[in-house]
Each structure stands twice: as C-alpha cells, then as structure tokens.
Unconditional design. Structure first.
Length: 151
C-alpha cells in the first residue's frame, strides 16, 4: 500500500500537478485551504502533509497550530517562496521546508525522509523520485508546474 500524502495549496493547478507527479509513489489527497485540510484530516488518515503557507481561510501557520493542539505527530513539509515563512513554519513544528520554485525530486526525497523517520523504516515508502521540476513559470527543465498548470 502506498503512503498517503495530503497536499494543501490554494492554487488548483499546483495541487493537481503535484498530485499527478507524486501519484506514482504515493496516494495523494488534496485540499485548497487550511480549513479543508483540517476537515480532510478529521475523516482520512494520511502519512504526511505537503503544505503551502499563504492560503485563504486558514493559512499554513494556522494548520500547524491546529495540528499541535491536536497533538498530531504527522510530518509536515512546507512549501513557500518566503524564507521567513519557512522559518516560522519550522518553529511551529514543520518537519522540513522547501523554497519555491522547487525540484519535485527534492520534494519526493524530503517526503521519503520524513516517512522513514516517522516509521523508523529504512525504505521510507515510495521508490525512485520523478524528474519533474516546479518552476512557477515556463522554461525548459522537464515538467513544469505553474499557476497555468502543466507545461
């Protein structure tokens, strides 16, 4: 059985693109904001969360605080273009943070690492990472995720 990853981002194109790129190694669930993410966690079990920090309704910091209040041990990997938000997320209990734009293979490596640490298992779930690259725009580095979707 594949590990379940909840991806939370208010940009639908990023959500769908990341879900598509990660689905080879992980079962993915998605949420468009922190409120939807917390409601998803109330009814679904997941192994890790990939969380954007800047979102409407409940932002990433709010999700991290809610997880802390629930005494959740779910590993959270934050994705943000803002270094200060990454630092804040880590101070709120995020397992790791990645700067946008990011290499999807790096994200998969981080997911594997947090799953390995969570389970104490050497393989960490998943297999070889894909080679997609999220650039937030166009370019020629393979698969790109941008607000306009896959390019």
């Amino acid at each position: 059985m594949k590990p379940r990853i909840l991806i939370v981002d208010d940009d639908r194109a990023i959500l769908e693109g990341l879900s598509m790129l990660l689905e080879e190694n992980y079962e993915t669930l998605t949420a468009l904001d922190g409120d939807e993410a917390l409601r998803t966690l109330d009814r679904e079990e997941v192994d890790a969360i990939v969380l954007d920090m800047l979102m409407p309704v409940i932002d990433g910091a709010g999700v991290l605080r809610a997880l802390s209040e629930r005494e959740s041990r779910l590993p959270v990997i934050v994705i943000s273009a803002h270094k200060e938000l990454q630092d804040r997320a880590e101070s709120l209990g995020a397992a790791d943070a990645i700067s946008k734009p990011f290499d999807v293979a790096l994200l998969e490596q981080k997911i594997s690492q947090v799953l390995k640490k969570k389970s104490g298992n050497e393989d960490g779930g998943g297999s070889e990472p894909s080679t997609g690259f999220w650039s937030g725009g166009s370019g020629d580095h393979g698969v790109h995720l941008a607000p306009a979707g896959l390019r």
